[in-house]
Design a binder for this molecule. Structure first.
Ligand code: GLC
Length: 572
């Protein structure tokens, strides 16, 4: 009897223990390499051209791996490099198992991956499967006849049913996501450009094609996937009418629909769970609940959410720091116990970080870049840092439509023209927010074309490359670049910056952003001035004797009075 009781007690303890372990596993302090990593986003078209055709390529990236290593980052997220007719710079894939000719060959890719792994840098690939290119074999087959075995790979609406209910397209000249195709007298759906037909995720054949593609790359040894526009992938294929004006808030109608979570769970079962890789989806739905449903560990979907609330705040007329603090604080608290976030202020779909959130004037560009970098690297969540921001690269300064290359910017221009809109006003707007602002060639040095290419660059180099470039900044200890390296190292040396509890201080201060991060008895205070004037922060913490871990001025503030764009990290 006694041994039976002992058995029951031991068994109960084991059960309790395992559920505690499980509870701890779901906890956001559960250590994972992808939480501790700093992700460097690399836009291959604009990084480094090795063959003089004016377009960045894989060999170019290989030649710069030591530079990437010198940054101290752990992961590179590479924008799409698959075969593509380049309607949307590679986000229109015509062959998922091949490399775009402009970028090189599969042998170059293998060498790149090897070179990265030799340097302990992981590679995350973009997976673009909400849509393919209209030049993909699947689509060619699909549009060839109504009875093609590939017909159901895409969304078709036969014209004898009348006009399909309106769907908004982000990149279409007429904002219309249905395109009539006379070959089979039917409309196909494209949420993005007319050359990016949406794949039919409701078709299990499509899903399994995608899982096979993912296995192909995972078997090559890549370390993760970023799922492009994936929140839009599932659709109600009855295509009900949406209320008029729905497009003003289209993610509410397009995001996280139907069986999206079911597809992600299937993807996890078929692919993600079988490899030691990370996953992050672009977009996180409309609510915290949506975002949690994507990433809560127990659901076996994805690792990290990537939400846009913060980057959407910046406007040409400026932005409210109170709003900015509020967004980041709300997202942090919603994920404090479970789930994991990305932290970023720029990417290839945004204009430059310093031009939108900082101050790109010669006087404050360096200081405000450093301040924003300090912010990104001291928040909870995995930092995603966009190439060139470590130099404080700025918006392009384009003034005419001919300077632009981006399908979204150009098609919207055509539309504005067709409706008789104020074109100078539109040019002003895109000068601030066009995606091309973040896509100008990387500024390596002060030689022709910033050392990016020996040919004619596919998009103009920013005229400021003579003063803003990597070679000059490598030589100067106080440069934006060297500060970036230091703050990355600070994050790597202080686990508190990854997992520590975040507490906002002095919340109503409209000029400064202050917060603490705490873990296992270690407490850091971060103070940031977002203004071009002196500002006082009321944190209630006396920093006169605190140790300064990093700051962007030679003499960091010791009394809560912050110089223009000052950033300081204290250990308390
Ligand atoms: C995502 C990409 C963007 C692309 C779009 C369509 O938003 O980040 O660059 O244009 O999807 O693939």
């Amino acid at each position: 009897m006694r041994s039976f009781i002992t058995f029951v007690v031991v068994f109960a303890f084991l059960l309790l223990g395992s559920s505690l372990v499980r509870a701890q596993k779901a906890d956001s302090t559960d250590r994972k390499w992808w939480k501790e990593a700093v992700v460097y986003q690399l836009y291959p078209r604009s990084f480094k051209d090795s063959d003089g055709d004016g377009i960045g390529d894989l060999k170019g990236i290989i030649s710069k791996l030591d530079y990437i290593k010198s940054l101290g980052v752990d992961v590179v997220w590479l924008n799409p490099i698959y075969s593509s007719p380049n309607d949307d710079n590679g986000y229109d894939v015509s062959d998922y198992r091949n490399i775009m000719k402009d970028f090189g060959t599969m042998a170059d890719f293998d060498a790149l991956l090897k070179g990265m792994h030799e340097r302990n840098i992981k590679l995350v690939m973009d997976l673009v499967v909400n849509h393919s290119s209209d030049e993909h074999e699947w689509f060619k087959q699909s549009r060839s006849s109504r009875t093609s075995p590939y017909r159901e790979y895409y969304h078709w609406w036969n014209a004898e049913r009348g006009q399909p209910p309106y769907r908004y397209s982000l990149f279409d000249v007429k904002h219309n996501a249905w395109r009539y195709d006379s070959l089979t007298n039917a409309y196909y759906l494209h949420y993005f450009s007319v050359k990016q037909p949406d794949l039919n995720w409701e078709n299990p054949k499509v899903r399994h094609e995608v899982y096979d593609i993912m296995k192909f790359w995972a078997d090559k040894g890549i370390d993760g996937f970023r799922l492009d526009a994936f929140q839009f992938a599932a659709k109600d294929t009855t295509f009900p009418a949406f209320p008029q004006g729905f497009e003003k808030n289209f993610t509410q109608y397009y995001g996280m629909q139907g069986n999206l979570h079911g597809y992600l769970q299937e993807m996890d079962k078929e692919v993600l769970s079988k490899y030691p890789i990370m996953s992050v989806a672009e977009g996180a739905g409309n609510t915290f609940e949506d975002a949690h449903n994507l990433v809560d560990t127990s659901r076996h979907e994805l690792n990290m959410a990537y939400a846009f609330d913060a980057v959407d705040i910046a406007k040409p007329e400026g932005y409210s720091l109170l709003k900015f603090k509020n967004v980041f604080s709300r997202w942090d608290s919603a994920f404090a116990a479970n789930g994991w976030l990305s932290v970023f202020l720029a990417n290839h779909d945004q204009a430059r970080m310093v031009s939108r959130f900082g101050n790109d004037s010669p006087q404050y560009r360096d200081l405000s870049s450093k301040m924003l970098t300090t912010f990104i690297m001291t928040m909870r969540g995995t930092p995603y840092y966009y190439n060139g921001d470590e130099l404080g690269m700025t918006n392009a300064g384009f003034t005419k439509i001919e300077d632009y290359r981006d399908v979204q910017t150009l098609n919207e221009y055509k539309r504005q023209k067709s409706i008789g809109a104020d074109l100078p006003q539109y040019l002003k707007r895109i000068g601030f927010e066009s995606r091309d602002n973040g896509r100008t060639p990387f500024q390596w040095n002060n030689t022709t074309n910033a050392g990016f290419t020996k040919g004619t660059p596919w998009i103009a180099v920013n005229a400021n490359y003579k003063t803003i470039n990597a070679a000059a900044q490598e030589k100067s200890p106080a440069s934006t670049l060297n500060y970036f390296k230091k703050v990355v190292k600070l994050r790597k040396d202080n686990l508190v910056l990854v997992y520590g509890k975040y507490t906002l201080l002095d919340a109503s201060n409209p000029d400064t952003y202050s917060y603490t991060r705490e873990l296992n008895g270690k407490k850091l205070l971060i103070m940031l001035n977002f203004r071009d004037k002196i500002a006082n922060a009321q944190t209630g913490i006396n920093v006169s004797n605190a140790k300064v871990l990093i700051g962007n001025y030679e003499n960091p503030s010791k009394n809560g009075t912050l110089k223009p764009y000052e950033a300081v990290v204290y250990e308390l």
